[in-house]
Design a protein around this ligand. Structure first.
Ligand code: TMP
Ligand code: ASP
Length: 237
């Protein structure tokens, strides 16, 4: 499938049309952003690392029966995906307290959350991705009741697969964010799964191995992403 014109350029990925209207190509760039685009940098190897990381995780999720948009990796930093109509919400699951949950509720960072906490956020950088609930989503028409139920079920099904995958590599999956879209009437996992959109701590030392290294200027950001990848069995090109 040939790469055609640019459809959209986001904070870390560019999206291209292909000659088939059902598919598009994701190009993972080295650009990194945090705090709704307020902090930015280019980090060498990041595009290739996140593309390969995402391909590996999406294939694990598909093998566990979760519908994803991922088709195949095309090059070190490009992948072919199905073209979804995205729902404008972000689905977050938290297994440990961190980030905005700690700031919002004043709970202790690292506290185990049982059962895990599910939260919706509105995908809107200008508003700082505010937390929203089912009522907002229904009333403003961002998704239907069926899509809400489907997103919750799939996001929690992903937790079962990934908690174990990372635990086997000596890491705690603290929290993560997923985005969904529709493809010919089916709810499908879209966007990406990489250390940019989750928190991962070393199980023993609790060292941060995710984008908090960039947010908090801890250094060795991509080295940590590569270490996470190696621990779950990725052989980077
Ligand atoms: P938070 O603690 O900032 O609410 O984020 C929870 C998790 O979701 C964390 O792993 C980062 C991820 N996330 C994103 O990647 N993008 C977003 O826009 C949001 C709201 C969360
Ligand atoms: N991923 C979101 C952003 O780029 C949130 C964050 O990383 O702080 O703004």
């Amino acid at each position: 499938m040939n790469k055609a014109e640019l459809l959209y350029s986001g904070k870390a990925k560019s999206v291209y049309h292909t000659d088939n209207p059902d598919f598009m190509i994701l190009e993972f760039r080295d650009d990194t952003s945090a705090f709704d685009g307020k902090k930015k940098a280019a980090l060498a190897r990041k595009g290739a690392v996140n593309n390969q990381f995402n391909a590996f995780v999406m294939e694990k999720l598909a093998a566990a029966g979760i519908p994803t948009h991922f088709e195949k990796q095309l090059s070190a930093n490009e992948s072919l995906v199905r073209k979804l109509t995205m729902l404008p919400v972000e689905c977050v699951v938290r297994n440990r307290a961190a980030g905005s949950l700690v700031r919002r509720l004043g709970v202790e960072e690292g506290q185990t959350l049982s059962p895990p906490v599910f939260e919706f956020f509105l995908k809107n950088d200008d508003l700082g991705d505010p937390m929203i609930n089912d009522a907002h989503i229904l009333t403003f028409g961002w998704a239907t009741a069926e899509q809400i139920a489907g997103m919750k079920a799939l996001t929690l099904a992903v937790n079962d697969v990934l908690l174990k995958l990372f635990a086997d590599g000596g890491m705690i999956l603290v929290d993560y964010k997923l985005e969904f879209g529709m493809f010919k009437g089916e709810l499908v996992l879209g966007d990406e799964f990489s250390p940019d959109g989750c928190r991962l701590w070393d199980s023993k030392t609790l060292e941060k191995m995710d984008k908090d290294r960039f947010r908090q200027d801890l250094g060795n950001v991509i080295e940590a992403y590569e270490e996470v990848g190696r621990r779950i069995g990725i052989e980077f090109q």
